[in-house]
Design a protein around this ligand. Sequence first.
Ligand code: SF4
Length: 418
Amino acid sequence: MNVHDSEKILGVLDAEGYKATNDPLTAELIILNTCSIRQKAEQKFYSELGRFRALKKKKPGLRIAIAGCIAQQEGMKITRKAPYVDFVFGPQNVHLLTKFLKDNEPHIATEDNPDIALHELPVIRNDRIKAWVTIMYGCNNFCSYCVVPYTRGRERSRPGHAILKEAAGLAESGCREITLLGQNVNSYRSDLDFPGLLREIDKIEGIERIRFVTSHPKDLSDALIDAIAELPMVCEHIHLPLQSGSDAVLQHMNRRYTYKEYREKVEKLRNKVPGIAITSDIIAGFPGETVKDHINTVNALHEIEYDGIFAFNFSPRPDTGAAEMDDSLPQHIKSSRLYEILAVQEKITARKNKSLEGTRQEILVEGKSRAGGKQISGRTRTNKIVTVETSDCTEGTLMNVEIVRARQHSLEGKLPKE
Ligand code: SF4
C-alpha cells in the first residue's frame, strides 16, 4: 500500500515537472513516505529524519516533506521535533501536494478526506509488467492492534468505472498482472461488489493475471470463492490473515471470527480452488496471550499448512485498543514464541515447495534473476518465485516450466523438453 502511495506521490511530482533522483545531495525536495504499522518502522523513520537536518543546513533551499501514516499520526508533533520539515501530509491528502509545492508556506495536512476515492491521481510505475491498482481506501474494522483506521480513515471504495479504466489503460501499455489493493478488498462496494469487480476486470484483454490483497476472513464470501474458482485470470493465491489460532485472542483482537469459522472458509477455498496457495499474518505475544493460546496458534499452522506467513511480535500502536491492554509478557517470551512460529512454518513451507518438484507451472517472466548469469525469474500463479536458466528473457511473457528443485524461499525450474 505504501509503495503504491509512493508511486502516486511520484506521479503528482512528475506532473509538476519534478524528476526523481536517488542522490539526496542533488535533490530540491525530499519526501519520506512513512509507515507506522509497527514500532520498528517508526523508530527507523526518526533516525532517518535526523540525517536530513545536516543536509538542510548545507543546502537551505532544500525542502523536506513527511508523508504516510506517521505523518498522519504525528502531524504537528513532527514539525515540533524537527522544525526543518517543510510540510507533513497523511495518506488521505496526497492530492494537496501540488498546492504545497507552489507556495513556500509550511503545511500540515492530516484532515479526513471523505472524497479520497474520487481523486484520480497520476501514477508513475517502475514496473511495466505488474501494477498495483487501489480499489479502496481506509478500513472500518478497528482490529484492536491496528493503526490503519486511525491513519487511513474510514472505508471508501473507488467507483468501478474508474478502476476498470485504469486497468484497461494498464493492459494497453503492456501490463500483464494487476494486484487490486485495499485494506479489506472483500468489503469493496461501489456500483459493483468485489466479486463483480473481479468479473469485469477478468474480461479486459491483455491482463493475464489478477491478484488482490488483503482479504479479511470474516468477509470472505461464497461469491468471492466462486469468482476465484471460475475466473481464468484470477490467480490461485489468497492472503488471508489469521493472526492467532486462539478464539480468546481473536476476540481481544476484535477480529470477529473464530478459528473454526476461519478453518471452514479455508476448506471451502481448497475444495473449490484446488491447489490454491494460502498465506497469512500471525502476531506473536498479543497482550494476555497464554501458553495455551500460543499452542493453539502453532497447532493452527500445522493444521492449515500455509504456503507462507508473515509473523511479528506484538508492538503496541498509539491510539489503538490493544495499546491500553496489559502488555506485560516479557520480550524474551514473545521472541521465543515468534521463533517457534517461524520455525514450524519454515518446515511446512519447505515441504510444500518440495511437493512441487516434477510439476509443471506457468510463470510470468519478471526479468533477469538477481542470482545473475542466464537465470531469469518469474512467479507461478500461486505467487511462488521460480528461477530458470534460459537465454529467452522477455519480460511479461508466460512460460511453462518444470520444477526441478525446491529451495526454502523459491523454486528452480527448467524448460520442458517438448
Ligand atoms: S482489517 Fe486490516 S487494516 Fe483494518 S483494522 Fe484490521 S488489520 Fe487493520
